[in-house]
Write a protein that binds this ligand. Structure first.
Ligand SMILES: Nc1ncnc2c1ncn2[C@@H]1O[C@H](COP(=O)(O)OP(=O)(O)OP(=O)(O)O)[C@@H](O)[C@H]1O
Ligand SMILES: [Mg+2]
Length: 374
């Protein structure tokens, strides 16, 4: 038993929670550093340490009892990561790579240097700079983003020239991209440099939150699919990512543009739990342990994942009877989180060969579980 490694996960959210079934299968031991004992992952991982990821000594103590440390989120301060790295802690991904998922300005600068297609952008500190940028774009709107700490669209705003800044600068200003849809590609990369790409998916967001993911992205031009995977693989290699890299993209008439990066399992990859030969959670563990990567191929023509967001129904479990009776092939996931409006509390996945049927199965179940009038 002692030869099996301990993987430490910083952060107790649903991503850490969903690594647990994969770890159980492999016989790998997970330890989690969670803020609260009832955090999503802390409920299901017995080896839990309660501590703050913003406290370097809590991180150090946690890391001391792990063979490898990985992450459920990108909120560990960059300077703490460097300290731990210099003390010999094995961080996967490492601080050099992770910076690009923590700071959207750092990410834009690096991708631009690498010649990777991005929306036009600049850094702004004041209203006049926003107006200048808008003028250069010939646009009456600009997208502004807080460089750090945003998620689910918090920290992303559309403003008009002359509007006051929604937050103190520096902010990342971007052209409003006229995309046909949003895509995401998941890449796994290991320390010895093996990399693998999953099929490109389409993701549907509203109010900045991911609602649905369809794998593979329906009727995606083959050129765009290949270039999305190539861009993902190139970024993973150039940045030295280890583990799962999610690249969110915009599909446009002129090709794909990179929106942002995440270096951990990602919402756009939940479909892989049942829909791919290797789930993103097992793949992440394989990659951070420097094991050979698993097969990324889909097991069905289509997989549709719909998030269950907190709605009017507090008793989500109460909806299981209907959903399971109606659709025995449906996969339901709940994260052990209390229902709050708009919060991601679970997801459902349906696999099928007909897209419309598969979509409506997954949409119906998610809507029912959240208590929508249907
Ligand atoms: N330049 C842009 N043009 C048009 N829409 C954009 C642009 N940037 C972001 N968006 C929209 O806002 C959403 C959220 O933006 P982004 O992914 O940068 O923020 P986030 O809060 O970090 O998201 P996440 O929840 O993925 O962490 C995008 O999915 C997209 O729908
Ligand atoms: Mg995003």
């Amino acid at each position: 038993v002692t030869s099996f490694p301990v993987v430490g996960v910083v952060g107790g959210g649903q991503l850490a929670r969903m690594m647990q079934p994969a770890a159980i299968g492999l016989g790998v031991r997970l330890r989690v550093l969670a803020l609260e004992p009832d955090d999503s992952a802390a409920q299901v991982i017995p080896d839990v340490e309660i501590g703050d990821h913003r406290d370097v000594s809590a991180l150090r103590q946690f890391a001391g009892r792990c063979d490898v440390v990985t992450f459920d989120h990108e909120h560990v301060p960059t300077e703490h990561l460097s300290v731990l790295h210099n003390e010999g802690v094995v961080l996967r991904p490492g601080p050099e790579a992770l910076r690009h998922a923590q700071d959207k300005i750092v990410m834009r600068r690096r991708l631009t240097e690498l010649g990777i297609p991005c929306p036009r952008w600049r850094v702004v500190h004041e209203v006049d700079e926003v107006a200048d940028f808008a003028r250069g774009l010939r646009s009456d709107e600009v997208v502004l983003k807080r460089p750090r700490g945003g998620y689910d669209g918090r920290g992303v705003w559309r403003v008009r020239p002359g509007d006051s800044l929604p937050a103190p600068g520096p902010l990342l200003a971007e052209e409003p991209v006229d995309f046909t849809r949003e895509l995401a590609v998941l890449i796994a990369r290991s320390p010895h440099g093996q990399a693998a790409a999953y099929p490109v998916v389409s993701s549907i967001q509203s109010d900045g939150i991911c609602r649905e993911v369809i794998a593979p992205a329906p009727s995606l031009l083959p050129d765009h699919a290949v270039s999305a995977q190539e861009i993902g693989l190139r970024i993973a290699g150039e940045l030295g990512v280890v583990g799962i890299l999610a690249v969110e993209m915009f599909d446009t008439a002129g090709g794909v543009l990179v929106n942002e990066l995440a270096m951990r399992p990602h919402n756009s990859g939940h479909w892989t739990i049942e829909g791919a030969q290797t789930s993103q959670f097992e793949q992440h563990l394989r990659a951070v342990l420097d094991l050979p990567l698993g097969d990324t191929r889909a097991v069905a023509p289509y997989a549709v994942m719909v998030n269950v967001l907190g709605g009017t129904e507090k008793d989500v479990y109460g909806g299981y009877l209907h959903c399971m009776a109606r659709d025995p092939a449906l996969h339901i996931h709940a994260y052990g989180k209390e229902v709050r409006p708009g919060r991601k509390i679970g997801h459902v996945t349906a696999l099928g060969s007909d897209l419309e049927t598969t979509l409506s199965r997954a949409r119906h179940a998610a809507a029912y579980l959240r208590g929508d009038d249907i």
